[in-house]
Design a protein around this ligand. Structure first.
Ligand SMILES: Nc1nc2c(ncn2[C@@H]2O[C@H](COP(=O)(O)OP(=O)(O)OP(=O)(O)O)[C@@H](O)[C@H]2O)c(=O)[nH]1
Ligand SMILES: [Zn+2]
Length: 380
């Protein structure tokens, strides 16, 4: 998304999602996510701008991870005197916390909480669910940070920077026409979502210009994988209610090529939304630290649009060949049956994945995306 699409919106009463239980993990994941392996893997590099930054997700595991305060050390709070809210952006030493009734409270971090931090871990980051003690109508002190359910971080010269906590999903916006549908690109986005630990949702936009009946095989191949598919038209409004439902009470990263309709969809789910993102972004740019922090823009029906430069580039990740099959969950049951334990499912004999493709148990289109990614020949 370009800057013109960043906005901010008010949160309606009682729409804040309750903190997730500790130890919560995503139900859609590409297998074990080993943060250290990824951080230490020099091959996991992206191109251009991305060679300097890598985005990874960490699961909450009772503290000890970068960006986490061990739960047992976290002070308990007086819930009578304190209020609950969500950090929607960070300005240097202050965090803007949005309460359930839509107020924004500028909070510093309580000294005791700061003393728990021994290294350069972020005490409080965008997306955190926090308890704060009000010291005025729009000021307060953060006293407790709830355990994070997932942290999107950016590694920069081996140092980690937590961009945003508690992100849920990646909305992959694809245009059916103008620009034309590129199925291999969908698979690349899905791989990026898998790699980042985000739940992918496929949004096929400009449905008013396309023949729906021809789309059924394509839609079927993704719904079979458990990926929600929504067919939308920002112009006619069809599918927008369904999209809104998928976004409700979730923190969603919008991604997609230029011109696919991300701005139009934001405005369709909530009139004026794109403009609000833009106005927040402009305010934010005045701050010193703002370019490296993400922001959450609340939607009035509940839920957030996540806006961060690091996350927008997810789509451009370069993927290591050996990792690619991990992003194609439908290969898994067959891959264990291949003659060679390190089968790449390309040239080998006795490959159960290729056999499954010939028996139509795996979509030939998906398999070709796999081959394309494997050979590094698919470029946007
Ligand atoms: N017919 C039709 N046109 C659409 C639809 N959604 C968006 N458009 C048009 O497609 C063009 C691009 O839409 P945007 O919303 O600006 O696309 P974007 O993804 O935000 O593009 P970038 O800002 O370049 O990232 C505009 O002319 C829109 O009016 C749709 O559902 N149907
Ligand atoms: Zn194989």
């Amino acid at each position: 998304m370009s800057n013109k699409k960043k906005v901010r919106v008010e949160l309606r009463k009682n729409r804040t999602r309750p903190p997730r239980p500790k130890g919560w993990t995503r139900d859609y994941s590409g297998g074990e996510f080993n943060e250290d392996a990824i951080v230490n893997d020099e091959r996991v590099r992206s191109k251009g701008e991305l060679s300097r930054h890598r985005t990874i997700i960490q699961e909450d595991q009772s503290g000890g991870k970068p960006g986490e305060i061990p739960t047992q050390d976290m002070p308990s709070v007086d819930t009578e005197a304190c209020q609950f809210g969500r950090v929607i952006r960070v300005h240097g030493l202050y965090s803007m916390v949005q309460t359930a009734d839509g107020r924004e409270v500028r909070c510093a971090v309580r000294r005791l909480l700061k003393s728990l931090i021994t290294d350069e871990r972020n005490i409080v980051t965008t997306g955190d669910r926090v308890w704060f003690r009000p010291t005025g109508t729009d000021e307060g002190f953060i006293e407790r940070v709830e355990p994070r359910s997932g942290v999107l971080t950016r590694a920069s010269r081996r140092r980690e920077h937590v961009l945003v906590a508690n992100v849920d999903q990646l909305l992959i916006v694809i245009s059916l026409v103008q620009p034309s549908l590129k199925p291999h690109l969908i698979d690349r986005y899905i791989a990026a979502a898998e790699q980042g630990g985000l739940k992918p949702i496929l949004c096929l936009n400009k449905a008013d210009l396309a023949d729906r009946t021809e789309l059924q095989p394509l839609i079927g191949s993704y719904t079979q994988l458990g990926i929600p598919v929504v067919l939308t038209s920002a112009t006619t409004g069809s599918g927008i209610d369904q999209l809104r439902e998928l976004l409700t009470d979730r923190a969603t990263v919008f991604s997609g090529q230029s011109g696919v309709g991300k701005t139009s969809l934001l405005n369709a789910v909530q009139p004026g939304m794109a403009l609000r993102v833009k106005s927040v972004s402009n305010v934010n740019q005045k701050g010193r630290h703002t370019t490296t922090y993400a922001q959450l823009v609340a939607m009035e029906f509940g839920g957030w649009v996540v806006d961060t430069p690091g996350v927008r580039q997810l789509q451009l990740w370069d993927i290591v060949p050996a990792e690619i099959q991990g992003f194609f969950p439908e290969f898994r049951p067959f891959a264990t049956l291949c003659d060679f334990p390190d089968c790449t499912h390309t040239h080998e004999t006795g490959c159960a994945v290729k056999e499954a493709v010939s028996r139509h148990q795996i979509s030939a289109r998906r398999y070709h995306s796999y081959l394309g990614m494997f050979q590094g020949t698919l470029r946007d």
